[in-house]
Design a binder for this molecule. Structure first.
Ligand code: ACO
Length: 431
């Protein structure tokens, strides 16, 4: 049993304080440091929040040493094998798996909200055709608070749920519209007879002039990728959603903030960066050269798709997706030299002392890009795909935050390194 309090003593003054230790249902015990500044006059410093819990949450659990990922207690491997993205969305939002009628009611609720306001198309049309789809998506999601006034009262549980369902339902429609705008195709309406992933593929690739059949292999692969990306505890984008949420900002603004944080190459932008990196490496012979660059501290190059803040053993999503990646390419009859290159890179990195010592393993994004490429999804849409899936996690975490009485505005402290107070010097007296 871990101690239920920690005694901290200031060696200078001899003063001490007992800090309570919080034990969750799993994971390391966590010291509640709230009393520390008042009692001893110290803040704590934790750059990048590597050791700091900012909330209590029952949505997702990760054990980085053991490579465990649970959504509401269910192992990701079981959900990937047996569930669907829509069912996982229900689970994350509501905490329990639905029975058959609850699942159908949820599907219907989502179908009801798949269309977007017609004026949003005009808004999308205002972007230049070569705008990055992720840039468009960030703007469109933020604009939803201007279109859907009937779900902005965050004190009202019905409004909160409506906003959450709306975002899950509309993200694929927005994503497809951004894509089609960038290639000059007319926007496609959602086809509600199709499932979630098939509907997205249909909106991306169908043309008014021809019938279009969604490839079930592609739809199943996409559904699986969405399950794997649905939530991941307090990662950078989810923490951004929560920080925005803590101010009382409306849900569309909070999810837009999450989209912005997701786009960075250290986070959701990594899948796009992996493909760019593989193209840059070009062929297996060049791998050693790039490995040396990745290890050189004077070179900004990093092996994209390797390493993770929390997983220091393996990323369980990467294990699932690696297998799927091979299956998809085989079923679709695709022989991709980039996959051979990726396999070689993985093999070399896993034996290299630098990567072994630092516990740098391939993460989920190392493989997701290769699958997206096989599904004909353009590279600049990869992070948009991630955003569609992660919307489920963002809204679930935001709903939980709204329902948690102890939620306060997020307001980190700092270690000030600037000048001490000094007097203003008039312009005429400055040297
Ligand atoms: N290539 C080369 N070296 C690396 C890499 C990498 N991909 N990742 C980490 N390192 C090295 C660092 O240089 C550092 O070395 P040092 O101890 O000698 O200084 C050590 O490993 C620890 O790295 P940090 O940057 O401190 O680890 P952190 O937890 O802060 O970062 C991150 C994790 C951002 C994922 C990092 O590993 C990275 O940049 N990876 C590539 C981008 C990527 O794939 N991101 C996707 C993450 S998964 C997701 O968001 C879905």
């Amino acid at each position: 049993m871990p101690a239920d309090k920690l005694l901290i003593t200031d060696p200078d003054t001899g003063s001490n304080v007992e800090l309570p230790v919080i034990s969750g249902s799993a994971g390391l015990p966590t010291v509640d440091i709230k009393k520390l500044p008042g009692a001893l006059g110290y803040f704590t410093y934790d750059s990048g929040f590597a050791a700091t819990a900012a909330c209590r949450s029952s949505v997702t659990y990760i054990d980085g040493d053991e490579g465990i990922l649970l959504y509401r207690g269910y192992p990701i491997e079981q959900l990937a094998e047996q569930s669907s993205f829509t069912e996982v969305a229900y689970l994350l939002m509501n905490g329990e798996l639905p029975d058959a009628s609850a699942l159908e009611a949820f599907r219907q609720e989502i179908r009801y909200h798949t269309m977007i306001h017609e004026s949003m198309k005009t808004f999308i049309g205002g972007f230049n055709y070569d705008a990055h789809p992720m840039a468009m998506m960030m703007g469109i999601v933020a604009s939803m608070s201007a279109f859907y006034h009937d779900s902005l009262d965050i004190e009202n549980p019905a409004h909160r749920r409506l906003a959450a369902v709306r975002m899950i339902a509309k993200m694929p429609t927005v994503a497809a519209a951004c894509y089609r705008h960038s290639i000059g195709w007319p926007y496609a309406y959602p086809s509600n007879a199709l499932g979630y992933a098939s509907r997205l593929l249909h909106m991306m690739y169908s043309v008014p002039a021809e019938p279009y059949e969604v490839d079930p292999v592609a739809a199943n692969a996409l559904d699986l990728l969405f399950i794997l990306h649905a939530d991941h505890e307090q990662n950078a984008s989810t923490s951004t959603v929560r920080l925005a949420g803590s101010t009382g900002a409306n849900p569309y603004a909070c999810i837009a903030a999450g989209c912005c944080a997701l786009w960075g190459p250290a986070h959701g932008g990594a899948n796009e960066a992996v493909l760019r990196m593989l193209n840059e490496i070009g062929s297996v012979e060049n791998v050693p050269k790039f490995m040396e660059r990745a290890k050189d501290k004077n070179d900004p190059f990093r092996l994209m798709g390797f390493g993770h803040r929390v997983y220091k053993n393996f990323d369980p999503r990467a294990t699932i997706i690696r297998k799927t990646c091979h299956e998809v390419l085989e079923k679709m009859g695709i022989s991709d030299p980039l996959l051979d290159l990726a396999m070689k890179l993985e093999e070399i990195a896993l034996q290299d002392d630098y990567f072994v010592e630092r516990k740098l393993y391939p993460n989920v994004d190392f493989y997701s890009g290769i699958i997206y490429k096989a599904l004909n999804i353009p590279t600049n849409m990869f992070t948009v795909m991630f955003a569609i899936a992660r919307t489920v996690g963002w809204v679930s975490q935001w709903l939980e935050q709204c329902e948690t009485p102890e939620t306060r505005i997020g307001r980190p402290r700092q270690v000030y390194t600037g000048d001490a107070a000094r007097d203003y010097v008039p312009l005429t007296e400055r040297a």
